[in-house]
Design a protein around this ligand. Sequence first.
Ligand code: TMP
Length: 394
Amino acid sequence: MNNLNFLDLGIHPLANAYLKKNELTKKEKKYRLKVNFNKKNYLVKVISFFSSKVMFNNKYPYRSSMSQTMLKSFARLAKKIKKMAKGKILEIGSNDGAFAFNFNKKNIVCVEPCNNLAKITKNEGYRTYNKYWNFDLAKKIYKQNGKINIIFSSNTISHIKNLDNVFKSINYLLDDNGILIIEDPSLVECLKKNTYDQFYNEHIYVFSFTSLNHALKKHNLTIYHIENITTHGGSTRFYIKKEKNKNCKIRNTVSKQNIKEKNMGISKMKTYINFAKRINKSKIKFIKIIKDLKNRNKKIIGYGATAKSCTILNFCKINHKYIDYFIDTTPEKQKKYTPGTHIPIVKKAKNINPSQTIFYLGAWNFLKEIIKKEKKFINNGGKFLIHTPYPRII
Ligand code: TMP
């Protein structure tokens, strides 16, 4: 048996399909969220696919710049890149320019399929291709810009189904001495932290070193350095070169990661079967905590209407009866409702009584940033509900 659907998370709406009030009575697009492990290519993937056009459209609500954590992480990496290499940079999935704006507009080319986001970088004078990443686009970019020295992509490659096309296109456009930097949520962290909310329709893959390495090898691309970073609840940043490029030496971070993954059984079916067992327990506990809080007349407010929380709430069937509303800093989400569970989203919480209120951390991956912001609430006895590594009140 090479292929196993190890986790069934039930019926879900599309994670970023926030609803307007007048859409609440309409039928939502739904799918069965099952997660698969393939022993041949080591990929962990969501088995239902939607076309990129359905998911990444002109009203895409996710904005990287909404979090100081992401902005700082991109600023640090940009500084490193400026020291590391010279030449033209390309960003695949440039979102609202959170990374690109760290560079002079002459030095970076942006690729962003969502028109509402592409407009933001375009309006600042950054060359932006409002297109999906594929081979035709790579050819067009080559014609207009020549070979690229650094290609960067954050939280985007894991959203594209056809990895062979992705890497073939990158290989074509990347200079022979160029560097590809990819960062995406880490499967190792997901397994360790029981963060099953990394799985939803947009996150087609959650990569390990083992699976990404396998996918890259077919295209003569080699991982030469790895950084484990904290963004998105634990991500891996891979530094990749062409196999023939002898300038970048393979660092021991690669063998360390390989050993770590072997030790935790990343290529074994049993690892995923055990993960699924933990997730089913997590669901029972999460529901119990929420029901207990309601029995004690506590008010539960969602903190960060994330795509991740869409998975948790729909899996655990927690709707507006349990969570009064979500707060979220993203203008595109405010005055809308969460997909499937129809919980209203507002800008700010009002008249909070910390002893009566629990914030459910939809944006648990920004815990540090949120703790800093919510000092007053915490100092007055306010608590948070979090589901990782197991559901609890903190
Ligand atoms: P993400 O987990 O997919 O990155 O989404 C984070 C969401 O949380 C995004 O919609 C912005 C929101 N958010 C807040 O509302 N307040 C905050 O303090 C932070 C850090 C994020």
